[in-house]
Ligand binder design. Structure first.
Ligand code: CMC
Length: 391
């Protein structure tokens, strides 16, 4: 009707109908395809959840085996990818590297942009599910000066990720079941979260009919920011800073509440959850268990717990309904698993991959129109051009 309503940050704007993820922020409920996140985190493995998100239901054994073997058949990347990795400076942030490599994959797999049939789409999906973990592992290994290896086709999807990331030269990598279960759980908890910033980016980029890999690359860039997935790195750096500062949590609470100070309590607050983030509850419990099972004592966990307790009892946080989010405790587990802090957001991306794919696929199957928000122009009215020498 020509009337434009402005909604900065799209706080009250729906962009699509979706049948993938249900989220009730007031009650703290999260379900993928109708399945409660708590049950999935407890009973499912990541590949089953990925299948359910992308195709709508949990797979039976035959479907799961086929999905896994199709992915394994696509788990090599072009050797020239190594040259691209070599060209990045060692100091490059892994998220920038990953976003570039994901986009570069299109050059080596040009048919991946075809989505004329469901079969074409499926081929692109298994390609990226196979190749993305290789890019993740190589991004980390390159920084650590380790050879760029492949995993093993006899391993499960998550086990193979661990082997690719952590195997040392001349050593038989043995999977620690505690680490494997922790990674499975973390990946499941990050797998989808309806129309968040990176997912909306994937959908809107994909709505121009650019290919899946380029749409994902855009999503990875969006996820990198500290207000979104980058918060998991920022939380750990904040906790380390508090530790180095003698554990003075009060000082950082005061900074977070000071409106003149740009500092925010990282890992706190959420656009949709105005109650506990159900993922944070599961991760907090898992952090205790994993550290205990691995025999790791991390004083940072105690600082995190003290900070959480203070915030939950502080009127500033209570009035604004600010609770710990998914990123508050996840980094403590990643750290106990031996993952470097600048790889934390990459691990988030690894978990979010099936969610992004599912949302992109839904958008294409629904034949959604190109995303193109409007604006209200508030600039100059028409004025005459002034020659350079007269300005
Ligand atoms: N520390 C201190 N104050 C906060 C925080 C925080 N972490 N989060 C929100 N507030 C305040 C904010 O200053 C504002 O106060 P006032 O009403 O006085 O102006 C009020 O709470 C509402 O915040 P908002 O910024 O309008 O809320 P939003 O929905 O636009 O932002 C958010 C949500 C997640 C970006 C924000 O809470 C934040 O910056 N949190 C810290 C970063 C973080 O943990 N991000 C991860 C989000 S969950 C996982 C993910 O998305 O990847």
């Amino acid at each position: 009707n020509g009337v434009i309503t402005i909604d900065p940050g799209y706080k009250n704007t729906g962009s699509c109908e979706s049948a993938i993820t249900f989220l009730d922020g007031e009650k703290g409920i999260l379900r993928y395809r109708g399945f409660a996140i708590e049950e999935l985190a407890e009973k499912a493995d990541f590949l089953e959840v990925a299948f359910a998100l992308i195709f709508g239901n949990l797979p039976n054994k035959v479907q799961l085996d086929k999905f896994h073997s199709d992915i394994k058949a696509q788990s090599l990347v072009d050797d020239d990818i190594k040259k691209i990795i070599d060209a990045f400076p060692k100091t490059a942030h892994p998220m920038g590297v990953l976003s570039s490599l994901t986009s570069a994959l299109t050059a080596f797999n040009p048919s991946s942009v075809n989505v004329d049939s469901e079969e074409d789409m499926y081929n692109s999906v298994v390609k990226i599910m196979g190749k993305f973990p290789v890019l993740v592992a190589w991004t980390m290994r390159k920084k650590q000066g380790l050879p760029l290896n492949y995993g093993s086709k006899s391993l499960g999807y998550v086990e193979n990720i661990l082997k690719m990331m952590f195997e040392q030269p001349n050593e038989d990598y043995v999977i620690n079941p505690i680490v494997k279960n922790a990674l499975d759980k973390l990946l499941i908890l990050h797998a989808d979260h309806e129309q968040n910033c990176s997912t909306s980016t994937v959908r809107i980029a994909g709505s121009s009919h650019v290919g899946l890999f380029s749409s994902l690359s855009a999503g990875i860039s969006a996820l990198w920011g500290p207000l979104h997935g980058g918060a998991n790195q920022a939380v750990l750096e904040m906790l380390e800073a508090i530790q180095a500062d003698g554990g003075d949590t009060d000082k950082y609470m005061a900074k977070a509440k000071d409106k003149e100070d740009p500092f925010r309590l990282m890992g706190f607050g959420h656009r949709v959850y105005k109650n506990f983030d159900p993922r944070a509850k599961i991760i907090k419990k898992a952090a205790d268990e994993v550290l205990n099972d691995l025999g790791v004592e991390d004083p940072i966990l105690e600082i995190a717990k003290a900070l959480e307790k203070e915030a939950l009892n502080d009127p500033y946080f209570v009035e604004r309904k600010l609770y710990p989010n998914v990123d508050f405790y996840s980094g403590i587990i990643y750290r106990a698993m031996g993952i470097p802090v600048d790889m934390f957001t990459v691990m988030f991306a690894l978990g979010r991959l099936p969610g992004w794919i599912a949302q992109w696929r839904e958008m294409r199957l629904n034949k959604e129109p190109i995303g193109r928000p409007r604006q209200i122009y508030v600039g100059e009215t028409e004025r005459g051009f002034i020659e350079l020498e007269k300005r």
